[in-house]
Design a protein around this ligand. Structure first.
Ligand code: SAM
Length: 357
């Protein structure tokens, strides 16, 4: 699919026509990654962050937010829950918290690998190459770092604080992850103020160019205590036809197009989608290209403080309730929970191509 066709679908409004896109994405998903929905147990280990991303509720400038760090025992308890429920992966996510030094993360990775046969995904922000290498050697398998938007001007606008790095730096980090042997994940937000269709089409093409193993796509949700959220809520016109709306429908379109263009990649039905449509967000995502869900296993007392945007889906629910709800969603979508680590088929395909062709 070329850029012209991507742009056509992004701007298509006819429901009947869009059914064609949903069916095509679902067909590709079935053919390339099958019926399994892989469960990745998400543990939000800290909401401290030294960065100041203008859209994010845990940015350092949000002084209204109560900060927390999970103890090692608390993290291990979450891992035990994941193991007990047959999860193949746990995801350690946090703000860029200097307390979690590279040595502390090495320790945590080793302890987790000792007690559970799970893949470990890290999502700890921009980190130096030495840390990334150490963590890989200690047993980390995957790393998530969204580039948020491929438009340089927009990226710079939403990462304009002094400690922020450039878009080029972010893309370089993703390439380093691949070089170090991680399954590399990235992603974007849909409907960032002033994001245009052209740049959204470029985002999807960049997914392909980076040959990503995981791609997270969620709507931008304004947080009232952030500079971008204030602008969005007070003065931004979300219905300006020139710009991408931060809607559920637009998110499904990008998800479906991404599945068609990157057929082997792992694509989650994101929490942000479940936040804008609690009842159906995840089911519709599974029917339009997604093959992963990341149940949030963070203890509720912390989870509500990991407030990157308000109204986060299932913020008050305990892991047991969340797990049961997600198994129900998978069944309702006519799919089955994944077995094993749910390794990237994109990576497997690349290994086969390299060695046997
Ligand atoms: N610190 C790590 C990082 O930057 O990759 C991981 C945590 S960060 C909060 C994870 C993701 O949350 C970001 O990549 C961004 O896409 C998403 N996010 C942050 N604020 C958001 C908002 N207001 N609406 C939607 N997604 C948001």
């Amino acid at each position: 699919m070329d850029k012209k066709e991507i742009l056509y679908w992004l701007q298509e409004k006819d429901k009947n026509k869009l059914t064609e896109l949903w069916e095509r994405a679902d067909f590709v998903r079935k053919q390339f990654v099958g019926e399994e929905v892989h469960l990745r147990g998400l543990i939000e280990i800290s909401n401290y962050c030294k960065k100041d991303c203008l859209y994010c509720g845990i940015q350092i400038s949000n002084i209204k937010l109560t900060r927390y760090r999970m103890t090692e025992d608390e993290v291990i308890n979450c891992v035990k829950f994941a193991k007990g429920n047959g999860y193949g992966t746990i995801v350690l996510q946090s703000g860029e918290d200097p307390y979690f030094t590279k040595e502390k993360i090495v320790d945590l990775i080793k302890k987790i690998k000792k007690i559970a046969d799970v893949a470990i995904t890290l999502s700890l922000g921009e980190r130096d190459e030495e840390s990334l290498r150490l963590w890989k050697s200690a047993g980390a398998d995957r790393y998530l770092l969204r580039f948020e938007t491929s438009n340089k001007e927009l990226f710079t606008r939403i990462h304009s604080s002094k400690q922020a790095k450039s878009l080029e730096y972010r893309i370089e980090q993703i390439k380093i992850l691949k070089k170090l042997g991680y399954e590399a994940g990235s992603g974007i937000m849909i409907g960032i103020p002033y994001q245009n269709y052209e740049s959204l089409a470029d985002d999807i093409l960049l997914f392909k160019e980076l040959d990503l193993d995981m791609i997270g796509i969620g709507p931008y949700i304004p947080h009232p205590n952030t500079p971008l959220g204030k602008e969005f809520l007070n003065s931004y016109k979300n219905d300006d036809e020139r710009f991408v709306p931060s809607t559920e429908l637009m998110t499904y379109k990008v998800l479906a197009l991404t599945r068609i263009i990157c057929p082997y990649t792992n694509i989650p039905a994101t929490t942000a989608l479940a936040t804008v449509n609690t009842r159906e967000g995840r089911i519709l995502a599974l029917k339009r290209g997604a093959n992963v869900i990341m149940p949030n296993l963070t203890p509720p007392k912390y989870k509500k403080l990991y407030e990157i945007y308000p109204g986060k889906s299932s913020a008050d629910e305990d892991p047991e309730t969340i797990h049961n709800g997600i198994i129900k969603i998978i069944k309702e979508a006519g799919r089955v929970p994944g077995k094993g680590h749910g390794m990237s088929l994109n990576l497997i395909k690349n290994i086969i191509n390299k060695n046997f062709t």
